[in-house]
Design a protein around this ligand. Sequence first.
Ligand code: NAD
Length: 256
Amino acid sequence: MGKLDGRVVIVTGAARGQGEQEARLFVAEGARVVVADVLDDLGEALAKEIGARYVHLDVGVEQEWQAAVAAAKKAYGRLDGLVNNAGILRFNALVDTPLEEFMQVVQVNQVGCFLGMKTVAPELADGGTIVNTASYTALTGMAAVGSYTATKHAVLGLTRVAALELADRGIRVNAICPGAVDTAMSNPARLDPDADPAEMSRALDELYRKLVPLGRIGRAEEVARLALFLTSDDSSYITGQPFVIDGGWLAGVSVI
Ligand code: NAD
């Protein structure tokens, strides 16, 4: 028996990275998954491979959410879960960040999460789940990623409010707060077709060996297992909480 047997779950930003691993794991655990992304070729190919359904969805556009939810319900007849995973990152010092760039990050990371919950929650079966992908920058500051950090703090705030407002229908809402994870976001070399992924991962582990207590960067598969926990009945008494998955990075400073 799978942990998600019979459940229908939308995963945004699922064409690659953490979302891809979540879609793969959820299907393996018996869910019917809607892979949603703006990367249509990658998303279509993944959906075909794992037996899921692909929908084009720019999470910052309300009409696209309405169309995606309608497509999911038409295909599977119900909705039990949402993983708001889509996100973007931009590097800039606060005083150098153009307003347009700041608003672009807000539109995807924050508005996307808001619209996802706003559109999907009324359609979720009672007892459904929402998992919002925040970041450990939802809980601390990080220089050079001010727009991103602001939106991830906001995602955590939205998570707590939604947990309070949806609890009477048994809908649980939690947030994942990853540290550094080996995906294209933190390792753009992954998008280079000539690069060797194993070599890239070794280089990243070396970089994070001193920074992170567990001595390496996180893997998308590890985050997917946390998303599974929060989407399944294993977390049946948990709502409104941030879950840090960062190899101990936020635990504190070390002088040894
Ligand atoms: P990624 O860049 O590989 O994946 C992000 C996915 O989101 C891509 O498939 C992309 O096409 C999609 N996306 C971007 N804009 C979109 C939009 N407007 N509508 C729909 N889809 C869109 O990176 P990832 O690491 O897999 O990121 C997944 C989530 O994890 C993000 O929310 C990110 O902020 C968060 N996160 C990542 C890290 C990390 O170190 N990689 C750390 C903490 C949090």
